[in-house]
Design a protein around this ligand. Structure first.
Ligand code: C2E
Ligand code: MG
Ligand code: MG
Ligand code: MG
Length: 279
């Protein structure tokens, strides 16, 4: 019968669906356990270079998860699940608190670094996000102006009126705000005027093939010019080689970040990097 003939296909489809579902549920469970155990996450740091001064300007905190059985898991593989399940809220707060603590640890060894932290749209959407954030930094005795919040373009676009309100409050308190992965989202240029931001981080998809890709080079140099004219800082992400670095310097992109300078590294390694002062 037709019912019987379709049976196999249905079963196959169903079991694939089930695998995805099961692994998500397991991941959610493990993630929840990890947040409770609070010893499986670590912040890595990647330097942001100041081109003019030829030195490290600041760093970006990037989370890593050491799963007890699966080993190292990258954020791309668990942040989306944390977002779907609401676990991004406690996890995101852990990130901010840990970044503050690391900043204080560096201060103790006379290393004065501002830290940029990734904030999920789900965190930004909380009605008490500003209060939560302020509580954490003041608990940790860190001044808001030492922390930059990175929010993706799409994250900002989700609820523009509320976003603008929240960002205005955050900026007033002293946090700096960066639009992350700039250029690949759905925002329009008119929003640049309305969003109280300090910095544009050009998505690395535009950076990886410069200067040989003419369109990418044109886009990047236009964003650098736009940033300059609007009084915004501009960071090029994903600088992997000398050629890209030279091109970005020639168009006076003020800040560069990428493997060419350093991959994201552990706190201790970043401390060594600062002490060696090799860059
Ligand atoms: P992002 O914020 O755009 O961070 C930059 C990503 O590009 C990082 O990947 C970094 O390791 C990588 N990267 C840096 N330089 C280069 C380069 O030269 N070449 C290439 N190919 N890649 C480079 P990572 O650490 O795997 O993080 C991926 C994304 O996960 C981040 O993108 C961010 O959206 C998210 N994420 C990371 N940590 C957190 C966090 O604490 N909270 C939240 N909400 N999201 C986070
Ligand atoms: Mg980022
Ligand atoms: Mg980015
Ligand atoms: Mg990204």
């Amino acid at each position: 019968s037709a019912k019987h003939a379709g049976g196999n296909t249905f079963r196959k489809f169903n079991s694939q669906m089930k695998n995805v579902f099961v692994s998500k549920v397991l991941m959610e469970d493990d993630l929840r356990q990890a947040i409770i155990a609070n010893n499986q996450f670590e912040l890595f740091y990647q330097p942001v270079m100041d081109v003019k001064q030829q030195k490290i300007n600041s760093c970006e905190a990037l989370i890593r998860w050491y799963h007890p059985k699966k080993g190292l898991i990258n954020p791309a593989d668990f942040i989306p699940i944390a977002e779907e399940t609401g676990l991004i809220i406690p996890l995101g707060e852990w990130v901010i608190r840990q970044a503050c603590r690391d900043l204080k640890r560096w201060e103790e060894s006379q290393i004065h670094l501002n830290i940029s932290v990734n904030i999920s749209a789900y965190q930004l959407k909380q009605s008490d996000f500003v209060e939560r954030l302020t509580t954490i930094v003041s608990d940790e005795r860190v001044l808001p102006n030492r922390i930059q919040l990175e929010i993706t373009e799409n994250g900002l676009m989700e609820n523009t009126t509320d976003s603008i309100n929240t960002l205005q409050k955050l900026k007033q308190i002293g946090f700096t705000i960066a639009i992350d992965d700039f250029g690949i989202g759905y925002s329009s240029l008119s929003y640049l005027k309305q969003f109280p931001v300090n910095c544009l981080k050009i998505d690395r998809s535009f950076v990886k093939d410069i200067p040989s890709d003419n369109s990418d080079s044109a886009i990047v140099s236009s964003v650098v010019k736009l940033g300059k004219d609007l009084g915004l800082l501009v960071v090029a992400e994903g600088v992997e080689g000398q050629e890209a670095s030279d091109y970005l310097s020639s168009i006076e992109c003020p800040y560069l970040q990428g493997y060419y300078y350093s991959k994201p590294i552990k706190f201790e390694d970043f401390t060594d990097l600062m002490n060696e002062h090799v860059m």
